[in-house]
Design a protein around this ligand. Structure first.
Ligand code: B12
Length: 149
């Protein structure tokens, strides 16, 4: 089964190399990738996730303004009834990134399911996606089995 993921760089950020590498790695591993490119708005992520029935949204940010750019993002996801969509964020998420654990905590509290730093190997994100999405489909299967039983 093909898994559709939406990928893009949020806000006014123009760093394109990271998502290009991620797109290639995801595609090579069987994911169907909707790449929004750089300088994508929150609405573009949400609209693409709804239009393509995506299972995950991967937000990238390199230029240090991720906190501001992601404010209210999960409210928009909820407003579009997309709470089941897995959300990841990665890159250089804070200016300086002195303490990544604090940064991770911040974005987890915003609602992201996983938070990755700029040292992340694309394989790591792919493994995480496989674990999260497989888990979710097994749960759905179990639910439908118990409903039909
Ligand atoms: C090339 C570059 C640029 C180019 C971008 C060209 C382009 N169109 O892509 C130019 C010169 C335009 C540029 C501009 C700016 N840049 Co710049 N740039 C870089 C640089 C040198 C390399 C980025 C890169 O391509 N890396 C290679 C790719 C493969 O790695 P990556 O982007 O980190 O992505 C990987 C991971 O982060 C991760 N990842 C990324 N996103 C996600 C998302 C998810 C979900 C997951 C799982 C993983 C993941 O996986 C990727 C693949 O392995 C970095 C420094 C550095 N060494 O990282 C600075 C850097 C990102 N830039 C920086 C800054 C400040 C800027 C400017 C604001 C500078 C300015 N004052 O104008 C502007 C911003 C312009 C804008 N609107 O975006 C800072 C950010 C500081 C911060 N966050 O604290 C950095 C870190 C430099 C620094 N040390 O200060 N930049």
């Amino acid at each position: 089964m093909t898994r559709t993921v939406v990928l893009g760089v949020i806000g006014s950020d123009a760093h394109v190399v990271g998502i290009t590498i991620l797109e290639q790695a995801l595609s090579a591993n069987g994911f169907d990738v909707v790449n929004l490119g750089v300088q994508s708005s929150q609405d573009e992520f949400v609209e693409a996730a709804a239009a393509h029935d995506a299972e995950a949204v991967l937000v990238s940010s390199l230029y240090g303004h991720a906190k501001q750019d992601c404010e209210g993002f999960h409210q928009r996801i909820a407003d579009a009834d997309l709470e089941d969509v897995t959300t990841y964020i990665g890159g250089n998420l804070a200016v300086g990134q002195d303490d990544f654990e604090e940064t991770r905590q911040f974005f987890r509290e915003l609602g992201f399911d996983r938070v990755f730093d700029s040292e992340t190997d694309p394989e790591e994100a792919i493994e995480a996606l496989r674990a999260d999405l497989d888990m979710r489909s097994s749960e759905a299967e179990r639910e439908s089995q118990s409903l039909s039983a």
